[in-house]
Design a protein around this ligand. Structure first.
Ligand SMILES: [Zn+2]
Length: 488
């Protein structure tokens, strides 16, 4: 064991109780106790009692009000660089991540130009990201019609898995796939051992709802101006993205997962009506996981003001009753993890002037806020810090094969640590946010829990509002076959 060059310690440290990192029994129990974390070359090499510090070793100590928790892992982030860097870029996104206690994020394969659907697209991403990242960044590849021959190359180049859409993605350069196109790609994904993550909404129920809504509007008003007014009402948008679109998409993916044996993950799940399907499929032994997002767990459709397009995302934020069922599903393990789906755009594209929900860009900016939003809402429902660490750190790390390296405080893991004050409150204001575009539905919300310091591989990257000057994040080209490796 190499001698520690740094000890980070605190009176309350959230530790993984199992020393066996290859253990497949999750969630592992967590204990919060006084401890010293011994670090050499950025890795945790030992965990000792609070007072165990090698003579002459540098020490960084958390205060009595702070808990040391693992750095968060966010596997659903849209960075948009190159091509749409005015929406979000590597530097601004990873600075926001550092301030939010996120030490590892995985970038989505779309909204950048080119998208990450070819090896050349991934190379463009890597070139854009190089030297700009303040936290560690990995990459999803994309499945689009006709790119099955690219999947092996992308896999070898180190993407963590592949994303597809079952409905228009919002950008034309990342077209969605149909069932017949999935039937071409899925055998290859299974052969590669790759995880397929799916935007699970089908167009059928949405066009049906759209046609109905449009029809109703014409009968009611016959006037374009009044149709515009209807488009600024949140309920109009909610009606246009019915639960059936998600329910039918989940059903399709369960069917295909059974047929092809592909590992499937449902992203940003919102419809509570599909939860029994997910539960049954998981119980039947399918390799199926699901995530939801803080906005589905925090907000309720009934409270969204007219014209407040910063709340628009797809699938939509649904009713309060739906939200509470998502919490139940998290508790019972039907939903495995909570990631941000940080998907910002320029303020202009949110059409704040007209407040037109149907035309505005869909996507919610929240990369920096996932921990306090989740703590505020989880604590109110009686959940514990252990739950939060499972949903925000460990389960996302497992999803992308980074268990044993990220998402927990344990020997052998990277020393990615957060000094976090669970009792301090703050009100969300644009000047606190490091996202490139500050528009967010959380503006003005009073949230619980503040990130005081963030460490990436033992190096302090955030301290009380200040972000380190040098971007020391690594590009994680992990693949999904072998043990993860990284490049500079
Ligand atoms: Zn997304």
């Amino acid at each position: 064991m190499p001698a520690a060059d740094l000890v980070i310690r605190g009176p309350r440290v959230a530790l993984s109780e199992s020393a066996n990192l290859s253990s497949s029994s999750y969630p592992l129990p967590e204990s919060i106790r006084p401890a010293s974390i011994h670090i050499a070359n950025g890795l945790i090499v030992a965990i000792g009692d609070y007072d165990e510090v090698p003579i002459g070793c540098a020490v960084e100590a958390a205060s009595a009000s702070e808990i040391i928790i693992p750095g968060l892992v966010d596997t659903h982030v849209h960075i948009n660089e190159p091509g749409r860097t005015d929406w979000e870029g590597f530097a601004s996104a990873t600075r926001a991540a550092a301030a939010g206690g996120v030490t590892t994020l995985i970038d989505m394969p779309l909204n950048s130009i080119p998208p990450t659907t070819t090896v050349a697209g991934l190379e463009a991403k890597l070139a854009a990201a190089a030297g700009q990242c303040f936290v560690d960044v990995g990459f999803w590849g994309g499945v689009v019609p006709g790119n099955t021959h690219e999947l092996a190359g992308l896999s070898a180049a180190g993407v963590v898995g592949f994303k597809c859409f079952l409905i228009h993605s919002g950008v034309d350069e990342f077209p969605n796939v149909t069932e017949s196109e999935l039937r071409l790609a899925m055998p290859e994904l299974t052969r590669l051992g790759a995880l397929l993550i799916v935007h699970a909404e089908l167009p059928g129920p949405i066009s049906k709802a759209g046609a109905l809504a449009c029809h109703t509007a014409l009968i009611e008003t016959g006037m374009v101006r009044q149709e515009d007014a209807r488009a600024a009402v949140y309920q109009t948008f909610l009606d246009s993205r019915p639960r059936a679109a998600e329910n039918e998409a989940v059903e399709l993916m369960i069917k295909l997962a059974g047929e092809f044996g592909t590992r499937i993950h449902i992203v940003h799940h919102s419809s509570a009506d599909a939860l029994p399907l997910l539960r049954e499929a998981k119980a039947s032994g399918l390799k199926l996981t699901a995530e939801t997002c803080p906005h589905y767990l925090y907000f309720a459709a009934e409270d969204i003001p007219d014209g407040a397009t910063e709340f628009k995302c797809c699938p939509p934020i649904r009713e309060r009753e739906n939200r509470e069922k998502l919490w139940d599903a998290l508790e019972s393990g039907i939903i495995d993890l909570v990631v941000s789906d940080h998907s910002p755009c320029t303020e202009k594209l949110k059409l704040k002037e007209s407040g037109n929900f149907l035309e505005a860009w869909g996507g919610i900016a929240s990369l920096q806020l996932r921990l306090p939003v989740m703590w505020t809402a989880a604590k109110a429902r009686g959940f514990k810090l252990e739950n939060l660490i499972e949903w925000l750190c460990r389960a996302p790390a497992r999803q992308v094969g980074l268990q044993g390296r990220k998402g927990q405080i344990a020997v052998g893991c990277d020393a990615d640590l957060v000094f976090w004050n669970p009792d301090e409150q703050f009100r969300v204001a644009p000047e606190l946010l490091h996202h490139r575009n500050k528009l967010t539905p959380y503006r003005g919300e009073l949230l619980q829990g503040t990130v005081e310091k963030t460490f990436l591989r033992g190096r302090k990257i955030y301290d009380g509002g200040e972000i380190s000057r040098s971007p020391e994040g690594r590009l994680l080209l992990t693949g999904f076959h072998s043990h993860p490796v990284s490049t500079g």
